[in-house]
Ligand binder design. Structure first.
Ligand SMILES: NC(=O)c1ccc[n+]([C@@H]2O[C@H](COP(=O)([O-])OP(=O)(O)OC[C@H]3O[C@@H](n4cnc5c(N)ncnc54)[C@H](O)[C@@H]3O)[C@@H](O)[C@H]2O)c1
Length: 258
């Protein structure tokens, strides 16, 4: 897949959460390059500013809305503002999430569980809930949720993260069952380790990062650009017969697991 076809999302209006960093930032830039009008959403205004600057460096513009995806009133108001700015929404990418490394199950605090679940699972639900009516208005839409291989396999950095990401996969299946008949395709991507601030951050140590590379069949982790290629494909009309799917994108790591 190349980056030089600039019409794959022409005329589409997209909301991208987590647009202030990592995969959400890369996806925002890719979508703009492909002709979409993009609304950047993040709680981190500084991160969004940097994403916007990268978009402006391409001679393009984007809307930015600060919102915490775990708060329904903020999501309701974010969606209203987005629709007032660009019109009905065609694409929703749910990329915002937190990864907080936790101990064994018996040591996980209620606060850790609530923060991770409220952001990663409830936040994804809230964004779907409030964007779907706009997609129903137009009779079409594409939602791409971001899960993780942590939502599929037993090993992981955090019980609530893994369980929440498993929830995102099933949420995708059920929302697809409910709305594919309305012309709304709902899919999910489940990346392995990707080189972003989340994976490089305090939650996953450099040592862990390096050890994953050593055992990886490609001897490397994924790049945000590689993940955005898949998100772009699922968002575009090229994926017109795909709904209700979760696509693992891990460079063959799971296939090589013992
Ligand atoms: N990086 C990886 O290795 C990896 C692997 C599998 C899945 N993922 C998933 O991919 C997605 C993107 O991850 P990333 O690595 O780019 O992370 P990142 O930390 O670089 O970016 C996440 C963004 O989400 C925002 N965010 C967090 N909580 C928020 C909230 N409550 N409201 C609004 N914004 C909020 C952050 O401010 C940040 O800008 C996440 O869903 C993540 O779980 C990442």
């Amino acid at each position: 897949m190349t980056n030089d076809n600039s019409v794959r999302l022409q005329g589409k209006k997209a909301i991208i959460t987590g647009a202030g960093s990592g995969i959400g930032r890369e996806t925002s830039i890719r979508f703009v390059q492909e002709g979409a009008q993009v609304v950047l959403v993040d709680r981190n205004t500084e991160g969004m500013k940097q994403t916007l600057q990268s978009i402006q460096a391409l001679g393009r513009e984007a809307h930015t809305i600060q919102a915490d995806i775990s708060k329904e009133s903020q999501i309701q108001s974010m969606v209203n503002t987005a629709i007032a700015s660009v019109g009905d929404i065609n694409i929703l990418v749910n990329a915002a999430a937190v990864l907080i490394r936790t101990q064994q199950t018996h040591q996980v605090s209620e606060a850790e569980w609530d923060l991770i679940m409220n952001t990663n699972l409830k936040g994804t639900f809230l964004c779907c809930k409030h964007v779907i009516p706009s997609m129903i208005n137009t009779g079409s839409g594409s939602i791409i949720n971001i899960s993780s291989v942590s939502g599929i396999r037993g090993a992981g950095y955090s019980l609530p993260y893994g369980v929440g990401k498993a929830g995102v996969i099933h949420l995708t299946t059920m929302v697809a069952q409910q709305y594919t008949g309305n012309g709304i395709r709902v899919n999910c991507v489940a990346p392995g380790l990707v080189d972003t601030p989340q994976s490089r951050g305090s939650t996953a140590s450099t040592e862990t990062f390096e050890s994953r590379i050593k055992t990886h069949p490609m001897q490397r982790v994924g790049t945000p650009n590689e993940i955005s290629n898949l998100i772009l494909f699922l968002a575009s009309d090229e994926a017109s017969y795909i709904s209700g799917q979760t696509v693992i994108i891990d460079g063959g790591e799971r296939a090589s697991a013992q």
